[in-house]
Ligand binder design. Structure first.
Ligand code: SAM
Length: 285
């Protein structure tokens, strides 16, 4: 505790705390055991912290992105649902996803030939590969191609290249703000093949209901089919978290397509019923 005190951390009664300042009048405090890594990149302040409640965690500009305790929930849901909807996914694009957790899940599908992971911040990948193996698995599959570029620029000139695009972005503030814009979803539509589909994380139905509703509305206005599904991720504000799929053809998941022996959240019944939503979420759309 006598090492450097990065910003976003403070000491109270001899304990170290990370205070996550949410946009919607909410603060969440995590008691921290140790600072594993802290570096300012060109885009954000990158920290790997060891916490008492959630083990090691990645925080960007003080906001928790993923942890060794609940990271699998988000990463399994953002990866396996779209891979169970597409009948033959071969070419995959991940935008964001620098913690490598989503790519690690996609690698469980032998028929996937290539995964392009377009992450704006190389430091996030390095920090997670070196210090957050519970999430990244120290990913070294040769099908994964790391491209360090802004996701918006990367997709701009792509046409009919991908079967599935996963937008694994941080919150719509800072570098990820552009990943929630309608013009970006239009570029994704163009980058997808005729039977392609995309999924993005679309925030909390409790604390970011308007962003969630707007994201669903923007995607429905571009794609033939759009649908929302949810997972409970304890470290995200409110717990409930939403994902939105946009598909050029159908949106029905087939649980028989599920791969992975070690899954902890996703299973076949959950895949089958993932689009069954609580009434208050339906009311918001
Ligand atoms: N699971 C997380 C969540 O919902 O909070 C997101 C994980 S992942 C770490 C998000 C990544 O998106 C970050 O590493 C960030 O650097 C990256 N990112 C943000 N804006 C981006 C952009 N415009 N292009 C590519 N990657 C971007």
């Amino acid at each position: 505790m006598d090492k450097i005190r990065p910003i976003y951390l403070s000491e109270k009664n001899g304990d170290l705390w990370l205070t996550e300042d949410e946009r919607e009048n909410l603060k969440i405090d995590y008691r921290i055991k140790d600072i594993i890594y802290a570096e300012q990149s060109a885009f954000q302040y990158v920290m790997i912290l060891d916490s008492y409640a959630f083990g090691r965690m990645l925080a960007l500009d003080g906001i928790v992105q993923t942890t060794s305790i609940d990271g699998h929930i988000y990463n399994e849901m953002i990866s396996h649902v779209p891979l169970c909807i597409h009948p033959h996914p071969r070419q995959i694009l991940i935008i964001g996803g620098g913690d490598c957790g989503a790519a690690k899940e996609i690698c469980k599908y032998d028929h996937v030939e290539r995964i392009d992971l377009v992450e704006i911040d190389k430091l996030v990948v390095e920090a997670c590969q070196n210090h957050l193996p519970e999430v990244s698995g120290r990913l070294s599959d040769p099908r994964v191609h790391f491209i360090f570029e802004d996701g918006v620029d990367f997709v701009k000139n792509k046409a009919q290249e991908y079967d599935v695009i996963i937008v694994d972005s941080s919150d719509p503030i800072g570098p990820a703000e552009v990943l929630f814009e309608k013009s970006f979803y239009q570029s994704l539509f163009k980058a997808l093949k005729d039977d392609g589909l995309m999924v993005c994380q679309s925030q909390s139905p409790i604390f970011h209901a308007e962003i969630m509703r707007q994201t669903h509305q923007r995607i429905s206005s571009i794609f033939a089919k759009a649908a929302l599904y949810m997972a409970v991720v304890p470290t995200y504000p409110g717990g409930f978290w939403s994902f939105t799929v946009g598909s050029k053809q159908h949106i029905t998941p087939d649980p028989a397509r599920l791969r992975g022996q070690d899954l902890l959240y996703v299973n076949k019944p959950l895949i089958k019923s993932c689009f069954d939503l609580p009434q208050f979420v339906l009311n918001l759309l």
